[in-house]
Design a protein around this ligand. Structure first.
Ligand SMILES: O=C(O)CCC(=O)C1=CC=C[C@@H](O)[C@@H]1C(=O)O
Ligand SMILES: [Mg+2]
Length: 342
């Protein structure tokens, strides 16, 4: 799965090129208030290894392949220099919608988190309604349930939320079978179903497309093994895609922006505006949206910002040990496929 057109950098090299940062978030997201990431200074520019902290080493493997791909392999030809992006609205209270959306100047599309644990459908309805008021009738609203509903709950929620005019619903349920079922049930309403976790957290990312269980795919560069590997998936899936971030720093977002820039048909706004969720970043030119787009650039690290955001000593050790173990897995895979570290 990892693509590499040159030998793997050695583990010693990677460790020398690494800094571990912890960036505060403006709003709690995915249950955390800070985003930890290991930043690498690759020969082609800065790159990022930042599987979520709860992921095991096997799941982290694709993220390391992605980091090396972006830092050590040339990106395929870029077809555009800016990417239209959506605002990402965490599962905030109705009263906080306006303040959150004000961070995304010019974005005509909002992705709203719904089905948050501990909340009810009426919280979702209030958040979606406030968003529709904020963006007006021309704006586009998509929902992301992160698999939080069963099929009946999803059907009920989609009926209740359809009046707000939905562009699509992302991962309403957790399994591919459930996605297939809910897609059948809401087809008559003309609301497409997008797969996210059913692409990035499964053994076969193409299964959901092959089984006709989604209308479009959410594609994330890090969990799918990097730009080359993700492009291969996009090509083989044959469905429209939305390139999204993994709540990365602006370095990982640049990886996503480069991936999006390589995709011939980009019909939907991409989920790459999440630098707006970071209260601090590792570059002086964060990839924040301007006029609803972000640029396709490789931002330079600002070493003062890196220094100011360095993680605590114990977290630094934790990330370096994770890097070592994951590198071991990658190396073993390389050996089995004939690729070797120096
Ligand atoms: O798609 C977007 O608008 C931003 C990215 C985003 O929402 C996510 C990034 C990383 C992890 C996820 O919980 C979340 C998602 O599920 O899509
Ligand atoms: Mg999602």
């Amino acid at each position: 799965m990892p693509h590499m057109n040159r030998p793997l950098p050695t583990l010693t090299e990677l460790l020398e090129l690494a800094s571990v940062v912890s960036l505060p978030l403006t709003t709690r997201f995915r249950g955390v208030d800070a985003r930890e990431a290991l930043i690498l200074r690759g020969p082609l520019g800065a790159t990022e290894f930042s599987p979520f902290v709860e992921y095991d080493d096997t799941e982290s493997l694709a993220w390391l392949a992605a980091a090396i791909d972006f830092g050590w392999s040339e990106t395929p030809p870029l077809l555009r220099d800016r990417i239209p992006v959506n605002a990402t609205l965490p599962a905030v209270a109705e009263s906080d919608v306006e303040e959150n959306l004000a961070r995304y100047p010019g974005c005509r599309t909002v992705k709203i988190k719904v089905a948050e644990r501990g909340q009810s459908l009426s919280d979702d309805i209030a958040r979606v309604r406030a968003t529709r008021v904020f963006i007006g009738t021309e704006g586009r609203i998509r929902l992301d349930a992160n698999g939080g509903w069963n099929v009946d709950e999803a059907e009920h929620a989609i009926h209740a939320l359809a009046e707000f005019d939905l562009e699509y619903v992302e991962q309403p349920c957790s399994t591919v079978d459930e996605l297939w079922e809910i897609r059948q049930r809401v087809k008559y309403m003309g609301i497409p179903i997008a797969a996210d976790e059913s692409v990035r957290k499964v053994d076969d990312p193409l299964d959901v497309a092959r089984r006709g269980a989604a209308d479009l795919l959410v594609i994330k560069a890090q969990p799918l093994g990097g730009i080359h590997s993700a492009l291969d998936i996009v090509e083989r899936a044959g469905l429209p895609v939305v390139v999204s971030s993994a709540l990365d720093t602006s370095i990982g977002i640049a990886m996503g922006a480069h991936l999006a820039a390589c995709i011939p048909n980009l019909e939907y706004d991409c989920g790459l505006a999440t630098a707006a969720l970071l209260a601090s970043d590792v570059t002086a030119e964060p990839l924040l949206p301007v006029d609803g787009t972000i640029p396709v650039v490789r931002p330079a690290l600002d070493e003062t910002l890196v220094e100011n955001n360095l993680a605590d000593r114990d977290r630094d050790v934790w990330w370096r040990e994770r890097l070592m173990r994951t590198y071991g897995l990658l190396e073993a895979l390389g050996e089995s496929t004939g690729r070797h570290a120096d």
